[in-house]
Ligand binder design. Structure first.
Ligand code: SF4
Length: 610
């Protein structure tokens, strides 16, 4: 089946739906036993920039009897054309309908894509609720960072992969093979996979609630379902993908990418990624060098991004950059997530083909007090020195990220953002004699599950709006450009992040009311969501703006991310006391909980005890 030309002629960017890209893998449908479609629930341009999907695509297609294809969320023009013509959503590779696959695998990285999951299933002519699907329908699975609180999506997903998929995926493939061979029921498969470490089958758990609305108990209802599901972690980074699919249209990150390091031990207390990707694992330099060469040869890229949560923390990063520059002519390197220090500026300076257009740093908070509380304690002097070093070396613009609504934040902290930006600007003027461009990007604090701030209440829309107004006034007067996230969007993100399984009904109703692409400003419809909450008898503020007592059973209490609740509580207490916790790579082990599973951590802890 294909999309007819009259449909493709009506819509923007048909290449989002036609496939056939360089390096895409099209296997013989009839000769392949197990068929999987990987779905990213956002637009093609966003999904094609995601790092996880190519790893899974590569891994699954490396199995001779497995076929993995892709699908992304169709934009509204395509959706309307498809619905009018009664044409289902098709995979990019073989153009098969989603319902023809054995397994549909969603990558869930952002809560505001949840309604797109329902829409993709619906456009695939598959019932969106797991309870309404039978043995003739594909198994629907999900992984990604959102699966660390799987409950809000548990009505729609047959099972979740908790943590890193690289090893567990092959164990699942074995289970699927066995299941297909036996022609057993879906229920039998679900019980079978529930026994695999890292797999969570929500239908095998019962959740009860207290009179006040909080969770009373989460109880397994089958022998195979474990009371606690441990996050899967790979001990060694798997080989990098060096033959990824190359899009024909411009996507968000139009470049090659090599993951040089996974995990971060800096311990910023608001950051979920810093917790759920622990421990830190590095890719050897030689492997990075070879991967970059292969990416250039296989894809023709001349820009490669060295991906890590904290790129300047990669050991000997300057040596790696120098080797890459030496080995590959005309190669431009992109180094995301740099620390705020003069080392980062020198590192950027060492890139040969960089254009001095922009440099990005994330102080997150305006005052030293608040930076200490969030455990991202860069002294103001160092921020100013870094900015001055950047301007002195020719950068004319700087992008700064700040987060609003952080625990204990006051209007004085907000005023300090204005002051800090003003000082950076005047340092640029002194150095260059001209006026540097400062762009300020404001995000909102979201109390994310499995972080030390998971119990904290998010600020109200009114409080956040007042802070936005102060910053808009102060920063614009000083000539900076600013962008921000609307408080209603942050409220929804926080509610979905900390939600329990009753939110499935809210997501369903919001989708029924027409919500999709909620992460897109032009599509976000707050009234739909308020109506969906109201129809369900729930309040978004109960999830987002309520301080959760430390002894409350949280909706994700049965998911063990590796870092223990005891460590998170300790960190929360230290935050309130304004105490910092050092990075365990350079100082002592903080006994975060990973020592239970990781031999390297155990050794470090033992050494300290000795
Ligand atoms: S157990 Fe210790 S060494 Fe390991 S990640 Fe946690 S704090 Fe760091």
């Amino acid at each position: 089946m294909t999309y007819p030309n009259n449909i493709l002629h009506q819509i923007a960017k048909p290449a989002r739906y036609t496939g056939g890209e360089w390096n895409s893998i099209v296997k013989d449908w009839d000769k392949t036993a197990l068929r999987i479609v990987l779905c990213y629930p956002d637009l093609y341009e966003i999904g094609m920039s995601n790092m996880a999907l190519p790893i899974l695509y590569d891994l699954l297609n490396s199995q001779p009897d497995v076929l993995a294809e892709r699908v992304y969320a169709p934009w509204t023009d395509m959706e309307a054309a498809m619905r009018t013509a009664g044409i289902p959503l098709l995979s990019l590779e073989s153009k098969h309908q989603l319902k023809d696959f054995d397994i549909i695998g969603f990558s869930l990285d952002y809560e505001l894509t949840y309604t797109n999951v329902l829409n993709i299933l619906d456009l695939g002519q598959i019932p969106v609720r797991a309870s309404e699907r039978n043995d003739s329908h594909p198994i629907v699975i999900a992984g990604g960072s959102c699966s660390l609180n799987p409950e809000p999506m548990s009505d729609f997903i047959d099972f979740f992969v908790i943590g890193e998929g690289e090893e567990v995926l092959l164990e699942l493939v074995d289970s699927f093979r066995e299941w297909k061979g036996k022609a057993a029921s879906k229920k039998e498969l679900l019980r079978q996979v529930a026994a695999i470490p890292g797999i969570y089958v929500p239908s095998l758990y019962q959740v009860e609630y207290q009179a006040d609305g909080s969770v009373k108990s989460i109880t397994p209802t089958a022998a195979e379902a474990k009371p606690i599901i441990q996050r899967r972690i790979v001990t060694k980074l798997p080989p990098p993908v060096t033959r990824p699919v190359v899009p024909y249209i411009e996507v968000v990150h139009d470049r090659g990418a090599v993951e040089i390091q996974r995990g971060c031990a800096r311990g910023c207390r608001f950051c979920q990624a810093g917790i759920i990707y622990r421990p830190v694992r590095q890719r050897p330099q030689q492997e990075v060098l070879q991967a970059v060469g292969e990416l250039i040869a296989n894809c023709g890229y001349n820009v490669v991004s060295l991906v890590s949560l904290s790129t300047s923390d990669y050991p000997h990063i300057e040596e790696l950059v120098a080797s890459l520059v030496h080995h590959y002519d005309n190669l431009a390197l992109s180094l995301p997530s740099l620390r705020i220090d003069s080392f980062s500026v020198r590192l950027m300076e060492s890139l040969p083909s960089r254009r001095k257009t922009g440099l990005t740093f994330a102080p997150e908070a305006g005052s030293e007090r608040l930076r200490r509380i969030i455990n991202k304690s860069t002294p103001e002097d160092e921020i100013l020195e870094t900015a001055a070093a950047a301007f002195a070396r020719g950068w004319k613009s700087l992008k700064l990220y700040f987060m609003l609504g952080l625990p204990t934040e006051t209007m004085d902290d907000i005023e300090e953002i204005v002051q800090l930006v003003a000082k950076i600007r005047s340092s640029g003027r002194r150095t260059k004699g001209g006026m540097p461009q400062i762009r300020v990007s404001l995000s909102t604090f979201i109390p994310k599950p499995h972080t030390p701030f998971q119990w904290v209440a998010q600020e109200s829309e009114q409080q956040l709006s007042a802070k936005h107004e102060l910053l808009k006034l102060g920063l614009r007067r000083k000539g900076s450009r600013i962008s921000w996230q609307e408080p209603e969007v942050s409220l929804l993100e926080a509610a979905l992040s900390r939600g329990d399984r009753r939110l499935g009904e809210v997501i369903y109703r919001a989708w029924k009311l027409g919500s999709t692409f909620d992460a897109w400003n032009e599509r976000f419809n707050y009234q739909n969501w308020l109506r969906a909450f109201e129809q369900t008898g729930l309040e978004p503020s109960f999830y987002a703006q309520r301080e959760h007592p430390l002894d409350e059973l949280l909706p994700w209490a049965h998911i063990d991310a590796g870092v223990t609740p005891a460590f998170l509580k300790r960190e929360y207490q230290r935050a309130i006391e304004g105490k910092e916790t050092p990075d365990c790579r350079y100082e002592s082990c903080n006994a975060c909980g990973l020592e239970r599973w990781q031999p390297d951590c155990q050794q470090k802890l033992q050494k300290l005890g000795a």
